[in-house]
Design a protein around this ligand. Sequence first.
Ligand code: PRX
Length: 650
Amino acid sequence: MSEKQIFQPNPEFAKEARIGSMEAYNALQKRALEDYEGFWGDAAREKIDWIEPFSGVLDEANAPFVKWFDGGKLNVAAQCIDRHLDTRKNKAAIIFEGDRGDVQTITYLDLYKNVNRFANLLKEDFGVTKGDRVVIYMPMIPEAAYAMLACARIGAIHSIVFGGFSAEALKDRIEDAEAKVVITADGAFRKKKPYMLKPVVDAALEGDTPVEKVLVVERNEEEVTWKAGRDYSYNELIQGKSAVCEAEVMDSEDPLFLLYTSGSTGKPKGVQHNSAGYILWAQMTMEWVFDVKENDTYWCTADIGWITGHTYIVYGPLAMGATTVMFEGVITYPDAGRPWAMVENHRINQFYTAPTAIRVLHKMGEDEPKKYDLSTLKVLGTVGEPIDPPAWKWYYEEVGSSKCAIVDTYWQTETGGHIVSPLPGATPIKPACATLPLPGIIAEILDPATGEKVGVDETGYMCITRPWPSQIRGVWGDAERYVKSYFGDVKKDGKAVYFTGDGAVYDADGYITITGRTDDVINVSGHRMGTAEVEAAIKKHANVAEVAVVGRPHELKGEGIFAYIVLKSDEGVADEVEEVKAINTIIKQEIGNIAVCDDIIFAPGLPKTRSGKIMRRILRAIAKGEKITQDISTLEDPSIVATLEKIVNG
Ligand code: PRX
């Protein structure tokens, strides 16, 4: 199978699909181009259960600060739950499978009651009101989804912190958002053993903190410490709470959530998403890209701590009234057949995961898919990083029996939902290619120097040249950073346009392939990591004088973290193994296990220009084992390049 091969949509599938042909796709995109506001206005009127209708579609007067569906009133939790009660009250909203194989089915009516009770608890016991920030630091259990929706119901702004982040990282995010409440769990189960979250919260709240109350879901019943007056048991407080809670009337542009993500400089930024535009696109992309039907069961393996978990485990599926699977465990436990056993068991129809997971499942269990009945699968998705052709091929042939569409969905925390992706019933797909912008999304690859669209096979900057409803609305507390981070690099026709930070290329058919980040962000197992953050953590080691972190290709993770470290003492490293351990311990404390370095090398110096700028391009090339082709004569000390090459590549 060559990379050029094209796979047509399955005709049986296409017949039933919401967008069933390229003609249908082209017609939608043409409408959007010709009548942008008409296109989006109609979509919003059709999809959203408005409490009060909007008066304007798009307000660009203060671009890049834009407003969508101005004047409209809605509640996102009601959009996800209440409006389904007439037709779907007994349908499964969430099917939860625990690490130990325990299964719980939560109907839309159950969800309604559980979310309302949760919302009443937050209001009555903790005094949470509209606009308050609530940090959620939770394992993958149904209460995490209830917590999100309870916040949405009362107008509080949730900020989920991935459960793998350290106390220090959690503390930073709590402080930046000035959160009043933290919702957590004692812990959960991983590989049949309990693991803990509450102690991390305790450590994050030491010293001054804006947090007044902590709500603890007792999941694994392990012993934890309780601070009187601050910590409360969800399991106790939820008793007797009313299952009715009026949904707060929210403005289209009221914030729904914050989600911190890494940029190329500084600390992670609180990406802000607002209510109407976000939920509209979450729902539309669920319907178009996964084409979930009324009786289907859909499973996305992400964690709710990432944007994929927000949009495609909770908000998108529930907004469209689908059945979404939530999984607490590890996909390779007890063996690499676990996801396929789950597909068989729950008769899953759409399966959405990251290329890293596909590579690991392929490597650890190449023949596992054959052992299970995967015939219910219709659409397979990937997200988070470029997928390589061998992983794509295995996914397509072995998991999808060469009959399922693979949707390689390209997007990011800031875009809220998919941006470039095949449509399973319409788009002929090519391995490892995100294909075309979705209808309504005006995404173009531009030359940053001229702002012109690049030609075939020329790499350029992946930009979105018109505002779209689910776009980031701001960086929490830092309006200037929002403008600088996203609207500073590329101008089209003299107007700043949104730049994703990714490079991309068109092929002769106009298909888009993402080539990766153009900035100092690396993508480890589909998780975004700023090299500056990792460097800041390493610098906390008393003996580190200088450090530079770069990405390098990694067989399973996509990219691995490679650190060049210059120590303060000139005597060299007494015990390299111990030193590496000490540095990784600091990284775990400062960020979490996901940022642990794959390679740490101790160097006598770093390649710098005479003005002191570290030449990362050279460091990246050395880490990849590539030949250095650029001129190094202008470096402060050109000989350092050969020294580093020798240390790294022998
Ligand atoms: O570099 C792109 C890569 O992941 C980045 C976004 O990361 P994050 O905000 O954490 O969101 C991940 C889940 C949407 C992008 O800037 N990326 C995401 N999807 C793809 C991808 N790279 C290539 N192909 C994809 N399908």
